[in-house]
Design a protein around this ligand. Structure first.
Ligand SMILES: NC(=O)C1=CN([C@@H]2O[C@H](COP(=O)(O)OP(=O)(O)OC[C@H]3O[C@@H](n4cnc5c(N)ncnc54)[C@H](OP(=O)(O)O)[C@@H]3O)[C@@H](O)[C@H]2O)C=CC1
Ligand SMILES: CC(=O)N[C@@H](CCC(=O)OP(=O)(O)O)C(=O)O
Length: 342
């Protein structure tokens, strides 16, 4: 049984971690932090966890995180980088759900995140936790950079095409839509019901902070520069990401077979039969990414549809999947959840 700490247990990804960890047979919750709600029983804030989590929130200072085997940071960007060195030096493994360790180029990270990086040396050793690509490195990671939600859906959708050299790397398009929980639980005007419901909009078109993360991943797959256009949208749903990806084929390949072969042994990627159109609700509350691949009218444009639950495969579920790999548990332990439908 490993001892687990969660920093930021009152946020959307934090409570999703608690939901998954509470039923994980190899993990014991040791401390769950909140600065604003320290002292409150976790199950008072989240009645869904009554009988499952009997801890109270504690402040990060009270949490004795150095007693843990692993600490998850479900905090805003810029928090984990301040505490990770001390934890790693105390023998604690760190899984950051924020972006502090995702971008290898420190100057690039500082440009997009608007702050100075506090732990550049740890960025150099951190492992990017997309298991479908980096499973071997994840096993021994001391600092694990859990991928962003959009980057997970987009990279899994492009991966077979780019690895096989089947597409024109100079013109890749990712048109992605997210539910409102992607913006977190903190109060903000643009996520108010009257602002976000019954409406639909793009944002971040000139540049979103997930652009450099996705580009870094695609360049790693290709071993060459890529030209990527990424446009995120906010949709009036709570959970889910739907990424529609476009690329131009440079050779005549059976794209269905390409995807099926690449993901045949992946427990959390489901390649749907030809002609399918995956819905976000088909992955709701699960760690599954469902993918369909099309060549409309048999042309040379390939269209990939990739759906995930942003809070699960896009955050807490992938983080638990990474924990399972790091601690040599079965990769599906605690994650064999049937999606909720409708
Ligand atoms: N929502 C999503 O779909 C996804 C989110 N992420 C990333 O995961 C992280 C968490 O996101 P989300 O759960 O949505 O965020 P929320 O805003 O919902 O929650 C943030 C949590 O962090 C705590 N917190 C805030 N500031 C600090 C601090 N300075 N020190 C310690 N704890 C702090 C808050 O509690 P308190 O203030 O009481 O301490 C709260 O529990 C973010 O970096 C986000 O970008 C990644 C993928 C998807
Ligand atoms: C709908 C919405 O606002 N989504 C967030 C992205 C989700 C997120 O929290 O980003 P990370 O995965 O990098 O942590 C945004 O666009 O900023």
């Amino acid at each position: 049984m490993i001892k687990v700490g969660v920093v930021g247990g009152t946020g959307y990804t934090g409570v999703e971690l608690l939901r998954l960890l509470a039923r994980h047979p190899g993990a014991q919750l040791h401390a769950i932090t909140s600065r604003g709600d320290a002292g409150m029983p976790v199950s008072d804030m989240f009645p869904s966890l009554r009988g499952r989590v009997d801890l109270r929130f504690v402040t990060p200072a009270e949490a004795a995180l150095d007693q843990c085997d692993v600490v998850f940071f479900a905090t805003p960007n810029g928090i984990a980088m301040q505490q990770a060195s001390d934890l790693v030096n105390a023998g604690v493994r760190v899984i950051d759900l924020a972006a502090d360790f995702r971008i290898r180029d420190i100057a690039e990270w500082e440009k997009w995140y608007g702050m100075q990086h506090a732990a550049p040396a740890l960025v150099a050793e951190a492992v990017y936790g997309l298991p479908e690509r980096h499973r071997e490195q994840i096993r021994s990671a001391r600092v694990l950079a859990n991928p962003g939600c959009y980057p997970t859906a987009v990279q899994l959708g492009f991966l077979p095409l780019i690895e096989s050299g089947a597409v024109d790397l100079s013109y890749l398009v990712a048109d992605a839509k997210s539910g409102v929980s992607g913006a977190g639980r903190k109060a903000e005007v643009h996520t108010l019901f009257a602002e976000a419901a019954d409406s639909f909009k793009a944002y971040g078109v000139p540049g979103h902070r997930h652009l450099p993360e996705i580009r870094q991943g695609l360049v790693g797959m290709a071993g060459a520069p890529v030209g990527l256009t990424f446009v995120p949208h906010l949709t009036p749903m709570i959970r889910g990401i739907h990424a529609t990806l476009y690329a131009k084929l440079t050779k005549d390949v059976d794209v269905q077979a390409l995807f099926e072969n690449r993901y045949r042994s992946e427990p959390f990627v489901d390649v749907l039969p030809p002609g399918s159109h995956p819905e976000t609700r088909s992955v709701r509350a699960s760690n599954i990414c469902r993918i369909a691949v099309h060549r409309p009218q048999g042309g040379d444009v390939v269209v990939v549809l990739s759906v995930i639950d942003n809070l699960v495969k896009g955050a807490a579920g992938q983080a638990v999947q990474n924990m399972n790999i790091m601690f040599e548990f079965d990769e599906m332990l605690g994650l064999d959840v049937v999606p909720v439908s409708p």
